[in-house]
Design a protein around this ligand. Structure first.
Ligand code: BDR
Ligand code: CA
Length: 304
């Protein structure tokens, strides 16, 4: 069983990833850490607590960064993609639980030090919390077992700009710190996540179950599905970005990777671009191919 710290900016695909991770016996999620990104950090924390409550799961949640490392936060939350509340406008209750008092950054540092070479960090939002942890405690680089991130678009165009993927451009300096840190890291970027699409027919089946969780997830994902249909006409589903990072953490044989250094552009029109530098160091594992059907089947068996 892999011990995981799961860093999220809970929007809709994060919510699916949370459910998938908690229904996977290969993973033991020690805690969720939250970051601004799709929504504000307070909303990401609330959404994470709400999703846990809907799922009937108890896992501690630690609130993290509210803005990028060095930039002012453009309150440019991805509300068009994820809804006003970040969960497709289906959130009709306030969670009864609250976040822990310890900060996300201290939780990451303390857990990694307490359990050297045991902790996998799975990060599916901007990389601000992990960058802050590395700045505060650089010694954790050699103590983290592995890092899996959803982020970047190395050999394909971006989704936020023609060059940049959303998680990376939200805090490019943080991404550069993490990608150049020497952490053993796998990048699950748009190169693969735009191949793993969730078909609408599957979401309809969740609703047909008539369960509270099934209806909640189906209504939430419908919002995301509509955004995809408008933005990518004829695509036939919505991107399972964050869930694929969970799948790769569970079973790395789902993807093929190339070892390459990746540099993050931090200015100009290509701000947030993740550029491969084959001769550069340190190298990370960039996912370039995915077994789409095998992943989808695995995800659908577990999501709810
Ligand atoms: C990533 O950006 C966010 O909107 C999603 O939650 C995902 O982590 C996809 O580019
Ligand atoms: Ca996310």
């Amino acid at each position: 069983m892999k011990k995981v710290i799961f860093d999220v900016d809970t929007g809709i695909d994060d919510a699916m990833a949370i459910a998938y991770s908690l229904n996977s016996p290969e993973l033991e999620v020690e805690g969720f850490t939250t970051c601004f990104g799709n929504v504000s950090v307070d909303e990401a924390t609330r959404n994470t607590l709400a999703v846990l409550e809907k799922l009937g799961k108890k896992v501690p949640v630690y609130a993290g960064a509210s803005k990028p490392l060095y930039r002012e936060n453009r309150p440019n939350f991805a509300k068009i993609v994820h809804g006003e509340d970040g969960l497709g406008n289906v959130l009709d209750f306030s969670p009864s639980t609250t976040a822990e008092t310890k900060s996300a950054v201290d939780f990451i540092i303390d857990e990694v030090k307490k359990q050297p070479n045991e902790i996998t960090i799975l990060a599916v939002g901007p990389l601000t919390n992990l960058a802050l942890a590395l700045q505060k405690a650089p010694e954790i680089v050699s103590l983290v077992k592995e890092v899996v991130i959803m982020g970047g678009a190395v050999y394909v165009p971006g989704n936020k700009t023609p060059y940049a993927e959303a998680n990376i451009i939200t805090d490019p300096e943080a991404a550069e710190i993490v990608l150049s840190s020497g952490l053993p890291l796998t990048m699950v970027g748009l190169d693969v996540t735009l191949q793993t699409l969730l078909p609408k027919t599957e979401v309809d089946k969740w609703r047909e179950r008539g369960t509270e969780v099934g209806t909640f997830f189906a209504n939430m994902v419908e919002h995301y599905m509509n955004f995809y249909e408008k933005s990518y006409p004829g695509i036939g589903g919505c991107g399972l970005h964050d869930p694929l990072a969970v799948g790769v953490t569970i079973d790395s044989s789902l993807v093929k990777t190339v070892p390459v250094h990746v540099k993050v552009t931090t200015e100009g029109t290509e701000d947030g671009r993740t550029i491969p530098v084959p001769d550069g160091e340190p190298k990370i594992h960039v996912c370039t191919e995915v077994e789409v059907e095998r992943f989808l089947e695995h995800f659908l068996r577990r999501i709810i």
